[in-house]
Design a protein around this ligand. Structure first.
Ligand code: CU
Length: 316
């Protein structure tokens, strides 16, 4: 079951995906029965019929980047990554193909299904839609590199820099509070909350030491006040968890350093994801890209940075 991702991103070949899907369905059914609700009451995902143009294919991360039409009642036309569940439906696609698909959204995930090629003339993109940003080659920070210094402001309106987190393990990620896609920024924040909960339950010393930083790449909207409001919905106790904003140049510098694709478009932001673990000496020890990582693997990585003889052998 370790291969099942909370994000609904699938690892493995399609047969194992199917069996995993079955296991997940069974697991959900059991949980639901445990909650004394009939299986049939599992909320059905909301679905939207959408058309768009394939802009990129990322089979490694189980995503198709699609420039899509307006999705009335959900989001405006934009170019963004979509998770798929059936490789069969997308493996024959090429960049530039016009497609129709069903966008399914539930509380935790969004994905596309029923993908079909259609006549490009039937795809209704806004006339002023911006061209897709070229993929710029950037020098990525790698595992083993030093965390660059930065100057940000947190949700308590306090200045924070690399020195704020010195000598303590730091887990950082990039989000924006208006993100409408449940398995992107909202998932990152849920995962951080889960990691903190796991640490607090099993390794109180680690929980007290580890620091967390969610950096917004929406500098014109995410003010310290908005971040504080957002944070209050995510964690009641957020000691050691900072939500940060900064001037656009500083945010751009950081997102580029961590190779987080950020493209403002049609009132929202098309973006990638990057989560990094920094050791107390400032070394970036791990980088997770995308949304398919598990809180438990991050917890394990944090534990390796906080050797505490009193907790040796506490492998829970
Ligand atoms: Cu997002």
């Amino acid at each position: 079951m370790t291969q099942i991702k909370a994000a609904g991103v699938w690892i493995g070949d399609e047969r194992s995906m199917k069996s995993l899907l079955t296991l997940l369905a069974l697991g959900l059914a059991l949980v639901t029965v445990g909650c004394k609700k009939p299986v049939a009451s599992l909320p059905a995902p909301r679905t939207y019929e959408v058309k768009g143009i394939v802009r990129s294919l990322n089979f490694a991360e189980h995503q198709v980047i699609i420039q899509h039409e307006d999705v009335p009642g959900f989001m405006p036309s934009m170019t963004m990554p979509f998770a798929y569940r059936s490789l069969q439906e997308v493996e024959a696609l090429s960049v530039g193909d016009a497609i129709s698909f069903r966008l399914a959204v539930d509380d935790r995930n969004s994905w596309i299904e029923g993908v079909r090629k259609v006549d490009a003339a039937t795809v209704n993109l806004p006339k002023d839609s911006m061209p897709v940003a070229p993929t710029v080659k950037v020098e990525r920070l790698k595992e083993g590199d030093a965390l660059p210094d930065f100057a940000l402001t947190d949700d308590r309106s306090q200045p924070i820099t690399r020195a704020t987190f010195a000598r303590k393990p730091l887990l950082l990620t990039f989000i924006f509070t208006r993100c409408p896609v449940p398995n992107f920024c909202p998932l990152m924040s849920r995962n951080f909350a889960e990691i903190r909960k796991e640490l607090a339950e099993h390794d109180p010393a680690d929980a007290a030491t580890a620091q967390f930083l969610s950096i917004s790449f929406d500098p014109t909207f995410d003010t310290p006040e908005r971040l504080a409001e957002y944070a209050s919905h995510i964690a009641t106790d957020r000691g050691g968890w900072h939500f940060a904003c900064g001037v656009p140049e500083e945010i751009a510098r950081l997102t580029k350093a961590f190779s987080v694709y950020v493209q403002p478009e049609s009132g929202t932001i098309v973006h990638g994801l990057c989560t990094a673990l920094v050791a107390g000496d400032g070394t970036i020890t791990r980088i997770w890209r995308g949304n398919s990582w598990e809180p438990s693997e991050v917890v394990a990585a944090i534990r390796t940075l906080t050797p505490n003889p009193n907790l040796a052998g506490n492998g829970k």
